[in-house]
Design a protein around this ligand. Structure first.
Ligand SMILES: [Zn+2]
Length: 479
């Protein structure tokens, strides 16, 4: 379960450090100084400082454009450099950051270091000897305030890296059953309550939507529920519920994807992976409020048992759905998960994360996730958390008018309009049919930023774990 930890952080007092490699983050100056690393954030320059000592200078980018996220990018670049060279120990001068102020800067640096060092190499047969890089943060005076930050960041980034691991795992390793098993092990280790609803339980309760999606798979659908009770004194309060789509592999079913579109569909479990990452971090961070994680897991395959276009299925809510596209399966598993969530709990907020539509990637690219939401206050809080953690959202409309596109002919609802108009919004308006208006609900369509095709400073190529830091930041600010 533990992800490959190639870099560790520790806080020590400045005078305790006697190693020979210092890392210093520097804002870029206008003048071309050969003793400076360059203007682009994350550019590096190693200089000798005498007696076998070296200093790794990391550019923060132009001085007037330094943001907390740029500091994270610089941390990510430094981490990659250190890990690649198997450096045993290095120290980061935090004094250079103190003129930038704020704890958020330091937090971002630590996040960049721990996220930038990530790699997913457990299936490579070449067993290199691994060197864990110990990075010391040098405190000018008290160690304790810095330690509070590094402890928090270690929990958050371990959550992100777990989400990345689970999203990266191939479909012959992670299916609904093995994902449920991993969730159970996590819950046992971290003292969370875990409920697994398999084929029999889902059938008994009438969760026909999530079950239908998994009919073509050898491994039936699973609903995974993890619960954190809140701080003492907060037990029994209305929880925040985070729901994740985990299609462990999406062939599209009989609405089959083509040979290029199907590759990478292991990442269709990124929303569910993020929820498990969030719950692991919640167990460590212990926010005040109760938090429930619900993962809707299914594998969308083809077989004689698989569901078909034109099937009319009955969801857990009682509403009937005609299948127009078996490739619009994410909204089906989520429909039952959302129904389960608001009927078993009275959530103070219900947030779903899903790689739901290609349409949102057409609209927003990999830069922002789509936010579809029925509550302006929650919209503001989530938007702000996204800006702070650089997991950015953009609000899409959710007018009831869009429902016309999926109004049922022979059923209550269709799962797809069959046309391309307003694709991501149709996904949102479909989900809205399964959440009462009085429940503050947010749908995050993370299909764009859940993965990256190129290495970014602290997001190596592949799964990014998008949403984990955003949701944890939102939870941290709830009383
Ligand atoms: Zn699909």
């Amino acid at each position: 379960m533990e992800s490959n930890q190639l870099l560790r952080l520790q806080v020590i007092r400045q005078e305790e450090w006697d190693g020979d490699l210092d890392v210093v983050l520097v804002p870029a100056e206008q003048d071309k100084d050969l003793r400076k690393p360059g203007v682009k954030t994350g550019e590096l320059l190693l200089i000798e400082t005498g007696n076998g000592h070296h200093r790794l200078l990391v550019s923060l980018g132009p001085k007037d454009k330094v943001t907390t996220d740029k500091v994270g990018e610089a941390g990510g670049a430094a981490a990659k450099w250190l890990v690649k060279r198997k450096v045993a120990a290095a120290a980061v001068q935090t004094s250079s950051l103190q003129e930038l102020g704020t704890e958020a800067i330091l937090e971002s640096l630590c996040e960049g270091l721990l996220l930038g060092a990530y790699r997913f190499d457990r299936h490579k047969s070449k067993q290199e000897t691994e060197q864990v890089t110990q990075v010391y943060l040098l405190a000018l005076d008290e160690v304790a305030p810095l330690e509070t930050v590094t402890r928090r960041v270690a929990a958050v980034t371990a959550g992100v890296n777990l989400a990345r691991d689970l999203a990266h795992e191939p479909p012959n390793v992670i299916n609904p059953a093995s994902l449920a098993e991993r969730a159970r092990a996590l819950a046992e280790r971290d003292s969370l309550k875990c409920t697994l609803l398999g084929e029999a339980e889902l059938g008994d309760m009438g969760a026909g939507a999530i079950l239908s999606v998994g009919l073509g798979s050898k491994t039936p659908s699973q609903m995974i529920i993890l619960e954190y009770p809140g701080e003492p004194g907060h037990e029994g309060e209305a929880p925040v519920i985070v729901v994740g789509k985990a299609i462990t592999f999406d062939t599209g079913g009989y609405s089959l994807k083509d040979r290029t579109g199907i590759v990478g569909m292991k990442y269709d479990k990124s929303g569910g992976a993020a929820v498990l990452g969030i719950m692991q971090a919640v167990a460590a961070l212990k926010p005040a409020v109760p938090v429930v994680g619900v993962v809707a897991a299914a594998e969308n395959m083809i077989s004689a048992e698989a569901y078909r276009p034109n099937d009319i299925i009955r969801s857990l809510s009682g509403k009937t759905i005609e299948i127009i596209s078996t490739d619009a399966e994410g909204r089906l598993v989520l429909a039952d998960a959302l129904t389960y969530a608001h009927t078993h709990y009275q959530p103070r907020a219900l947030i779903d994360l899903a790689t739901l539509t290609g349409g949102i990637v057409v609209a927003l690219g990999n830069v922002r996730a789509g936010l579809m939401i029925n509550n302006d206050d929650l919209a503001e809080e989530l938007f702000a958390a996204g800006e702070l953690k650089h997991e950015r959202l953009w609000r899409m409309p959710l007018d009831e008018d869009y429902f016309e596109l999926i109004k049922g002919d022979d059923s209550d609802i269709k799962n797809s309009s069959g046309i391309r108009q307003a694709h991501p919004i149709v996904g949102g308006i479909f989900l809205r049919q399964f959440v009462p208006d009085e429940v503050p609900w947010a749908h995050l369509d993370i299909a764009g930023p859940a993965t990256t095709e190129k290495d970014l400073p602290y997001n190596p190529k592949g799964a990014t774990g998008f949403g984990v830091r955003l949701v944890l930041n939102y939870l941290q600010h709830l009383g």
